[in-house]
Design a binder for this molecule. Structure first.
Ligand code: GTP
Length: 332
């Protein structure tokens, strides 16, 4: 990345700073890890794969370093224009960083001898291997982060899993974590610190993300929408904010949920408007928790036919290639 930091003579000797990409297949737990490291719900984390659509910078500042975390959409084989956009975003996110964290979920095995036998035969899947191969092309330092380790039935299985991964790629380090249980985060912190070059912070120490509250509000509404309707409304919805006003006592937010068909609009609204009401209430609480202020939220549902298929409509809804990270146009 271009170094556009102002020279800061007052920066502490020994302070480090730089960029770290969080990469991996969809649903491996990138957003949950980012939120665990930052201690806030900044990135949308749901049970459904591919809920992260655009890159966002999470700013992780400690006494010793500032790591600018690039949360990328999952790397997968794209079919639609939206999916292609997401994969391009992920690979773009890995370019020019100081460290790539390749996240992979630990495999799950039954306890006992049957599980041990299955573990002996286990190999990382073709999708994850593809992702590693694509990321390796960036030539960056790459650490494997084995996620969701709380789901591992026996700790003894960890070493064989790690050696199978090391046969796929010579990673610069391997860190098992559980973001949900806050385990392994210290070891990860040490890996990150070690990979960052000496230099002053890029952002103010209290800044948590490069995105506006407006953007986070749309993401949080999308998170609630996915949680409530994920199975019924897979990936055909988008959220835009038509107004975000900071009033004296509260924020006033007007949002549009875009779906592709009239029938989907009916699902989002629900019988007697119950679903949309529940979505608004849930999202209002989450926005308030992030801003620390009361929030008044108005949500409307609009049909935008075929928006996931049409690059022009993606652009209109804010999924703009390369536009997610400010000042990075020269990377494209
Ligand atoms: N048990 C367990 N579940 C986890 C952990 N981390 C994440 N999960 C769950 O895994 C699911 C996916 O997590 P996300 O953080 O949304 O994954 P992601 O990689 O950002 O997903 P994409 O949006 O597809 O890129 C969610 O249901 C999380 O609660 C963990 O440490 N342990």
């Amino acid at each position: 990345m271009d170094d556009d930091r102002p020279s800061d003579e007052s920066s502490e000797a020994g302070f480090r700073s730089g960029f770290v990409a969080l990469c991996g297949r969809p649903n491996v737990g990138k957003s949950t890890l980012l939120n665990a490291l930052l201690g806030e719900e900044l990135a949308v984390a749901t049970q459904l794969p591919q809920t992260t659509r655009e890159r966002m910078l999470g700013i992780w500042t400690t006494e010793r370093f500032q790591a600018v975390l690039v949360d990328t959409p999952g790397i997968h084989r794209p079919k639609s224009a939206l999916n292609k956009f997401m994969v391009d975003e992920a690979l773009r996110g890995a370019r020019g960083v100081d460290l790539v964290l390749m996240l992979a979920e630990v495999p799950r095995f039954a306890p006992g001898p049957a599980g041990e036998a299955a573990a002996a035969d286990w190999e990382p899947g073709p999708g994850a291997r593809d992702a590693v191969a694509q990321l390796a092309e960036s030539g960056r330092r790459m650490v494997l982060v084995l996620t969701k380790c709380d789901l591992l039935t026996e700790r003894d299985l960890l070493l064989p899993i790690i050696s199978k991964w090391q046969a796929v790629h010579a990673f610069d380090g391997v860190v098992p974590v559980s973001a949900l249980r806050q385990r392994g985060l210290e070891a990860l912190r040490a890996e990150v610190e070690q990979a960052l070059p000496a230099g002053p912070a890029y952002y103010a120490p209290d800044q948590l993300s490069d995105r506006s509250m407006r953007w986070h509000a749309a993401e949080l509404i999308r998170a609630v929408l996915f949680e409530r309707l994920g199975q019924e409304l897979p990936y055909s919805s988008a959220v835009t904010i038509s107004e975000f006003k900071e009033l004296r006592e509260r924020d006033r937010v007007e949002a549009l949920i875009h779906v592709e068909r009239g029938s989907q609009k009916g699902i989002v609204i629900g019988a007697k408007g119950r679903t949309i009401k529940a979505i608004s209430m849930g999202a209002r609480e989450r926005i308030s928790a992030l801003t620390g202020r009361p929030c008044e939220l108005f949500v409307e549902v609009r049909v935008t036919p075929r928006w996931t298929k049409d690059p022009k409509k993606l652009d209109d809804l804010g999924y703009r290639a390369g536009g997610a990270v400010s000042g990075e146009g020269s990377d494209d």
